[in-house]
Design a protein around this ligand. Structure first.
Ligand SMILES: [Zn+2]
Length: 671
């Protein structure tokens, strides 16, 4: 019902646009808009915008993309010129009150574009539409669907926007001046926005001023970073490229540019937070604890997986080690029964100890061997337009797997979580569900889905699970699941940069060592995933008081002792928790003789990282800043008052507030 209302509204706007475009004569006025914050002008036929922030005088310009690049691996990037014929071409534009109404052609297909300043705000919306929304688009489908134009383009200012901040997982910071395509094969890759980014926005900034780009219709949209030519030389900027929805434009696509005069990426993250709060999509820890008091057990919890059976003895050993709060979970096959691998006495012991206890499930994938046993399972899978389910290779099943349709998740997650709850478990981990990987177009008559439906369908399924009374965790993590999920395991990792170096097979995948000899290990894994200089806590600035976050389960800090300190310091800075993947081959199973050799270091991680999380784990992260020019000294602050200064550098930091922090150390700063 809500959907039908929205579509009707869209048609009304569309008709309004036709009437006003016919009524207003062309070329009567300059094509610019102004409010108290911004002056924006449009160039015809290029479609390029220029904007002056009237608060600072900073002038922001756009440039057409001239080059893209792609390459899966280190040293394998190929560049591609952007053909001028692939760019949108504006044919007409008129002023209509506070809006510019424009007509444009993209590959000779007509589009309309509306530019409008948000009243009283330093923000501009750009809406791309067509008068023939449901017409099949006349171009050939490519791998992601029918690719449309890259538009609107990115704003840039060489002084005020030298860095791009992008919420790839927790968040990265890229210099727009880095133009060597070989330096980073992961950066340029064109990919679905909803799979690549944890939130549908990014920014360019000097740390104070900047422009935030928020994609308000992010599910039929691709993200990439492309080259532009500026008066100062080439630069690389994030770009938005639309794709068709089941072969048509289907609905209008809107982008909001928000101009920031101070506060940089922190102000941008807070603007997105306010946007989500205003539309009722943000849910705080307070609300989540009210709905299920067991959620409070996440505060200060260590996230523990155990490759062997969970036993009451293990719980006793954890308590004896001084671990006050923990998630204790059992990895196993994705379709295992609720308590497989968990001793009944372990459940009551863990619950009594104040822990969360549960197991691994993965119903977002349907493995080929499961289908061999029960062919009916195939019926829940995404059905592509050609009617042939697409099997995808994976390490866990030689027969491959299908993606469960987002529209076929609720029943299975409700049933599995109810079985877990009835067995006494209070934690439920559903792998892959919040990666965005299952969000596809589905043509199954029983559960048709558009990409833009998928997030809501998956979120409803996650809510059905949490409504059973379990704390719900899932993989990686996306903005659309924050209201219905409690734990995002993996968002602290930059999977694109770290994933190729985990190793394959049971032992190395979990227990290490990392594949340190693989090409690009230093540049990508150490250079990004474990490099605080390249990262910014964009996700925590929005959601620290809503979701408990960790790195991926491949990243037990003990598997790389050289980086253990850095691992802990990054968690402390971001106010996120630590994870242990206990595996006999890693020698880190609590209570075993091997554990005694590593016990001191693991418990140091627990005390420092989880101890800090006990204090601020449910707070809002109010700020993050780089204190030293080399960015190795950073500070975050939290809403209950304290902050932390972390020195990742190799020498002591003399803080102007009168304290010193040794190399590779941190200090909690009270208000
Ligand atoms: Zn479906």
């Amino acid at each position: 019902m809500a959907l039908a209302t929205r579509q009707s509204f869209g048609v009304a706007v569309c008709l309004g646009l036709i009437i006003s475009m016919q009524a207003t004569p062309t070329e009567a006025k300059p094509l610019s808009l102004r409010n108290q914050h911004l002056e924006v002008s449009l160039d015809v036929p290029s479609g390029l915008l220029a904007a002056t922030d009237l608060r600072t005088g900073t002038r922001w310009r756009q440039h057409v993309p001239i080059q893209s690049a792609q390459g899966r691996n280190w040293g394998q990037v190929k560049t591609h010129k952007v053909a001028p014929g692939s760019l949108i071409r504006f044919t007409d534009a008129t002023i209509d009150g506070s809006r510019i109404l424009a007509k444009a052609l993209w590959r000779e297909h007509p589009f309309t574009v509306v530019f409008e300043l948000v009243p009283e705000e330093p923000a501009l919306t750009v809406t791309v539409d067509t008068l023939n929304r449901d017409d099949p688009l006349p171009w050939k489908p490519s791998w992601p669907g029918v690719m449309l134009m890259t538009y609107p383009y990115a704003f840039h200012n060489d002084q005020a926007g030298p860095d791009a901040v992008v919420p790839i997982d927790e968040g990265v910071i890229y210099s727009t001046r880095e133009t060597d395509p070989q330096a980073d094969p992961k950066r340029w890759k064109l990919w679905w926005l909803h799979k690549k980014l944890s939130m549908p926005w990014w920014g360019v900034t000097d740390g104070q001023q900047g422009v935030m780009t928020q994609i308000e219709d992010p599910f039929d949209c691709m993200f990439s970073i492309q080259w532009v030519r500026t008066p100062h030389g080439q630069r690389t900027l994030p770009q938005v490229t639309w794709i068709g929805a089941k072969g048509a434009l289907a609905y209008q696509r809107r982008v909001t540019f928000r101009f920031v005069s101070e506060g940089g990426y922190v102000a941008m993250a807070k603007a997105f937070r306010a946007f989500e709060q205003a539309r009722g999509a943000f849910r705080s820890w307070d609300e989540k604890v009210r709905a299920n008091p067991a959620v409070a057990r996440l505060r200060g919890a260590l996230d523990v997986w155990h490759q062997r059976e969970l036993t009451a003895d293990l719980i006793t050993c954890m308590k004896d080690a001084g671990i006050r709060r923990a998630i204790v979970a059992k990895p196993r096959g994705g379709d295992a029964p609720a308590t497989q691998g968990i001793e009944p006495e372990a459940i009551s012991a863990a619950v009594e100890a104040g822990y969360l206890v549960g197991a691994y499930h993965n119903d977002s994938w349907i493995q080929g061997r499961w289908i061999a046993r029960d062919p009916a399972l195939k019926d829940a899978a995404v059905l592509p337009a050609d009617g042939k389910p697409a099997y995808i290779g994976n390490a866990w099943d030689a027969k491959g797997r299908l993606d469960r349709c987002p529209g076929a998740h609720t029943d299975v997650l409700r049933r599995k979580s109810r079985e877990a709850r009835e067995a006494g478990l209070n934690y439920f981990f559903t792998d892959c569900t919040t990666t965005g990987g299952a969000i596809h177009e589905c043509y199954h008559p029983g559960h048709p889905a558009r990409r833009r439906d998928g997030a809501g369908q998956l979120s409803a399924a996650l809510r059905a699970a949490s409504d059973q009374g379990v704390v719900v965790g899932s993989e990686r993590g996306k903005w659309w699941a924050t209201a219905t999920t409690h734990v995002f395991e993996g968002i602290g990792t930059l999977i694109d940069y770290g994933g190729p170096y985990y190793g394959k097979g049971d032992a190395t995948h979990w227990a290490g060592p990392y594949l340190t000899k693989s090409p690009g290990y230093s540049e990508l894994f150490l250079g990004y995933d474990l490099n605080p200089v390249r990262r910014v806590p964009l996700f925590q600035l929005v959601y620290h008081d809503s979701v408990y976050c960790t790195r991926r389960w491949n990243q037990d800090p003990g598997r790389a002792p050289d980086s253990w300190d850095r691992h802990d310091l990054m968690n402390i800075l971001y106010g996120t928790s630590s994870l242990i993947f206990m595996h006999p081959k890693a020698g880190n199973v609590i209570g075993t003789p091997d554990w005694e050799k590593v016990r001191g270091r693991y418990l140091q991680t627990y005390r420092n990282v989880c101890g800090w999380h006990e204090k601020i784990g449910f707070d809002e992260m109010t700020s993050h800043r780089f204190l030293s020019p080399d960015r190795l000294v950073q500070e975050t602050r939290f809403s209950s008052g304290p902050g932390v200064v972390v020195n990742f550098g190799g020498s002591a930091w003399e803080d102007p507030r009168g304290f010193t922090i040794a190399a590779q150390d941190y200090r909690i700063v009270e208000p």
